[in-house]
Design a protein around this ligand. Structure first.
Ligand code: RFL
Ligand code: PHB
Length: 394
């Protein structure tokens, strides 16, 4: 068996794992990243699109601010729509902050390029990845590649391997508590090389279901419609998708909709999930490995970045100043914030979707929530405060 050594071994080369590696490298702390997927598969995944400003700053610290600021689109507001009525959430006026529209795909491409250029070892296409001896002072990550088994010995393991990863499963069942809500619908998403229907995002609740108008650039749009979990991508021809989207966003907005051939189509299920604690021995869980939010508040990626900011601070304090207070508090600090973000994502999802089990009462509640937001600056401000991102510690 071949062996390697590093200070922090990171499982998962998604945005969480890559950003952690970069922030540690900035302070002279070594890491190796192991991922089961190939580089091209990782760089092709289409996921989140909105960055909180705290995430923007973390990515600047990671040295990938240049392209993000050149190609990203700062947004100072977005629209909520309810059966055709519109209410703008003016982020700048309400909370003096903005968000950045820049795709997770681009963030990942930028981070991989930078990490490899700086000589970081990223092992792609690793098989049978397994954290071992995580309660000892010398935990290891074992994997197989090209028929050879390799063991990486380290001080700490960061489990950044997403919801279906192996890290969380390493924590014994009598220690790990999980909390979950699965929503009775999914999002059918398309990418199209056409200018966005509006300069800002539009989140719409319509009797026929939720719709979201988003974008990746001034010439590339990202649209979603709520669909049953049983639907398949093949059920949604482009023509059906555009017809449905136009109905849900209403004639006023749809008048500006430019349709075309979609070049990416996928269905994502909606789930809320939290695992507690986020640390076991010398294994730390980060991002989707520890929690999932429904995408309605654009929080999944941002929450992963917040975990990484908290963990990198703890590891830097450990290595640079022999102080472990931040590291000891990692799980507690993250979970306090995680639950607030879970609450916001659940709230946005509940307000904006059609739930098969909802009676007339719940539907009137959704409408009342929209009317309250439209008529109350305080209510809009609370929504805006969450949308731009809560402070790291709150
Ligand atoms: P990622 O991005 O899932 O990366 C995890 C990495 O770990 C690897 N991996 C393993 N490696 C080694 N061994 C194993 N056993 C492994 N198992 C998995 C994977 O190959 C992968 O490279 O997690 P990370 O870094 O925590 O980042 C979190 C974000 O990706 C996630 O929160 C968001 O993308 C969530 N999300 C969305 N969030 C939004 O805010 N807006 C969206 O529109 C949005 N759309 C989505 C999404 C997540 C999706 N998933 C997970 C299916 C759409 C989809 C389809
Ligand atoms: C996206 O552009 O993919 C996107 C934007 C906002 C969300 C979810 C997804 O809330």
């Amino acid at each position: 068996m071949k062996s390697k050594k590093t200070q922090v071994c990171i499982i998962g080369s998604g945005p969480a794992g890559l950003l952690l590696s970069q922030l540690l490298h900035n302070e002279g702390i070594s890491s190796i990243i192991v991922d089961r997927q190939s580089r091209s598969r990782i760089e092709e995944r289409v996921r989140a699109g909105v960055l909180e400003w705290g995430s923007v700053e973390a990515l600047e610290d990671a040295g990938i601010g240049e392209r993000m600021h050149r190609e990203g689109l700062p947004h100072s507001g977005f629209d909520l729509a309810f059966d055709g009525d519109l209410h703008r959430i003016d982020l700048t006026a309400l909370v003096d902050k903005r968000v950045m529209v820049y795709g997770q795909t681009e963030v990942t491409i930028d981070l991989i390029a930078r990490r490899l250029k700086q000589g970081c070892e990223i092992i792609f296409s690793a098989e049978e990845v397994q954290p071992i001896d995580v309660k000892s002072d010398a935990p290891k990550v074992r994997y197989t590649k090209d028929g050879e088994t390799v063991e990486i010995t380290c001080d700490y393991i960061a489990g950044c391997d997403g919801f279906h990863g192996v890290s969380r499963q390493t924590i014994p069942q009598d220690i790990l508590k999980t909390f979950e809500r699965v929503y009775p619908f999914g999002w059918m998403g398309v990418l199209v090389e056409k200018p966005p229907v509006s300069d800002e995002l539009i989140y719409a609740n319509h009797q026929r279901g939720f719709a979201l108008c988003s974008m990746r650039s001034p010439t590339r749009s990202r649209y979603y419609v709520q669909c049953p979990t049983t639907d398949k991508v093949e059920d949604w021809s482009d023509a059906r998708f555009w017809d449905e989207l136009a109905v849900r966003i209403g004639p006023q907005v749809a008048a500006n909709l430019e349709t075309g051939d979609s070049f990416e189509k996928s269905i994502a299920p909606l789930r809320s999930f939290v695992a507690e604690p986020m640390r076991f021995g010398n294994l730390f869980l980060c991002g989707d490995a520890a929690h999932i939010v429904p995408p309605t508040g654009a929080k999944g990626l941002n929450l992963a970045i917040a975990d990484v900011r908290i963990l990198s601070r703890g590891l830097i304090e450990h290595y640079k100043r022999a102080q472990d207070a931040y590291l000891e508090a990692y799980s507690q600090t993250c979970l306090k914030r995680v639950w607030k973000v879970e609450r916001f994502s659940w709230y946005m999802s509940t307000m904006l979707h059609q739930f098969p089990e909802f009676s007339g009462f719940e539907k009137r509640m959704q409408r009342a929530e929209f009317d309250y937001l439209a008529g109350s600056e305080a209510a809009s401000q609370a929504l805006a405060e969450n949308y731009v991102g809560l402070p790291l510690e709150m």
